[in-house]
Design a protein. Structure first.
Length: 430
């Protein structure tokens, strides 16, 4: 039993793969098969109401119900749509040959079920599953069975043949058979004892099987007129062709019925209409085919250009990627430098102007001090003019500053002689 279940589960797992939610489909069908051993799965083609066909999973078999204290098995088939579980299953009652569907509020004449659980499933499918649907079907069918037994077909008694009788006579007409003996094309009637009369339906049903009715003698008052058959011509004994031509035409086929002229006219109109439509359609198809051939030729001719353009664009893409990588590395380096400078803070003013060697740094310092002394002498001269200092103090301070400036400029000239530089700086002090 476990091996059969494993094979069924493998088959079910394989056939549930085309569904968007195969795990849910497998779990619901497997749980349903475990609860109801009378149901089996299968894969078959389902035809929708609009004519579409689709290969779907189906659970079919017998659904046990209890009605008025007795147990019955209802044949059902439940199809799982591809959008399961978002869409509810399609449930049918499949009656056997000796059953008929009983249409009702939740069942149509085709056997399709539309119980309240399916209607609830259409509104909210999150809390619904296949086992609960089958249980709801059990409850509904136990209250109102969906099928009933087909009534037996009653075969009526065979009606005996009726014979013509003369008006005003109530006596039964005896049955006089005729024997058809053909000898040299002559038909004769043979008389003999009349057989037993057929019993009427009421007496035939009540009479025992060994009841015998005495034969009746033929009635002399009237007789049955038999149809006279045309003599048969023996073509083997006739030598003259005129005899064959003059043979009775009792068995000649009737002449054919002439066709309806209105119908012929309609046929001609339909034929002309179809011919004109076919010719116009053929011309349109030929033009479309020619246009499609031209498009095909253009596409085939433009294929090398497309490949070249694709190769060029791929090369441009590679160059752009390399440039983007270099720019990205440069941006990252710049961001790192900015972060480092922010960490160090703002530098001092004296640190902003510096040189690569000690001599150059000394030269910069001497030039700055020389310019400072020059500015100091200028401001002392302005102070003397404005009367803020006296002449003696001005002369003493100016003499000291001039001596210091002379020493600094001499040192600057010595440094310039040792380091080749432009003549502009020396020309400023000359």
């Amino acid at each position: 039993m476990s091996s059969a279940q494993s094979l069924t589960q493998k088959w079910l797992r394989h056939n549930a793969q085309p569904y968007p939610n195969p795990d849910r489909v497998y779990a619901d069908i497997d749980l349903l098969l475990q609860r109801y051993s009378t149901l089996r799965p299968k894969s078959d083609v389902y035809t929708f109401d609009d004519g579409r066909t689709q290969l779907l999973l189906c659970v079919h078999g017998l659904l046990p119900i209890s009605f008025r204290g007795a147990s019955y098995n209802i044949p059902v088939a439940i199809w799982l749509a591809r959008e399961y579980p978002k869409q509810p299953p399609i449930a049918y009652v499949v009656p056997t040959n000796d059953m008929l569907v009983k249409p009702g509020k939740h069942l149509d004449v085709s056997g399709r079920c539309n119980i309240e659980y399916i209607q609830h499933w259409e509104r909210k499918s999150e809390g619904c599953n296949l086992s609960a649907l089958v249980e709801a079907m059990q409850v509904q069918f136990s209250e109102e069975p969906p099928v009933y037994a087909k009534p037996p077909q009653t075969v009526g008694p065979t009606t005996p043949p009726r014979y013509a009788r003369p008006i005003g006579l109530n006596a039964p007409v005896p049955y006089v058979p005729y024997h058809d003996t053909q000898s040299n094309g002559i038909t004769s009637l043979a008389t003999g004892p009349s057989p037993t009369l057929p019993l009427p339906p009421s007496s035939a049903a009540s009479a025992p099987s060994n009841h015998v009715v005495a034969p009746q003698p033929p009635s002399p008052e009237y007789s049955i007129v038999q149809p006279v058959r045309a003599p048969t011509v023996n073509l083997l004994d006739e030598d003259s062709p005129d005899a064959i031509l003059n043979a009775p035409s009792a068995f000649a086929p009737p002449p054919p019925r002439p066709p309806n002229p209105e119908l012929l006219r309609l046929h001609d109109q339909v034929h002309q209409k179809l011919t004109s439509e076919l010719s116009s359609l053929s011309q349109a198809l030929a033009l479309d085919a020619e246009r499609l051939r031209a498009h095909q030729t253009d596409l085939l001719a433009g294929e090398p250009a497309i490949h070249d353009e694709m190769a060029r664009l791929e090369a441009v893409r590679d160059v752009c990627r390399n440039v983007a990588l270099r720019l990205k590395s440069s941006v990252q380096q710049a961001e790192a430098n900015i972060t480092e400078l922010r960490r160090k803070g703002d530098p001092e003013v004296d640190e902003l102007i510096c040189s690569t060697t000690i001599v150059h740094n000394q030269l910069i310092t001497l030039i700055a001090e020389d310019n400072a002394i020059e500015d100091t002498i200028y401001h002392l001269h302005r102070a003397l003019n404005s009367g803020r200092i006296d002449l003696e103090r001005f002369l003493r301070s100016t003499r000291l500053l001039a001596e210091e400036q002379f020493m600094k400029r001499a040192l600057i000239e010595r440094i310039q002689e040792g380091i080749p530089m432009g003549m502009s700086m020396s020309s400023d002090w000359s």
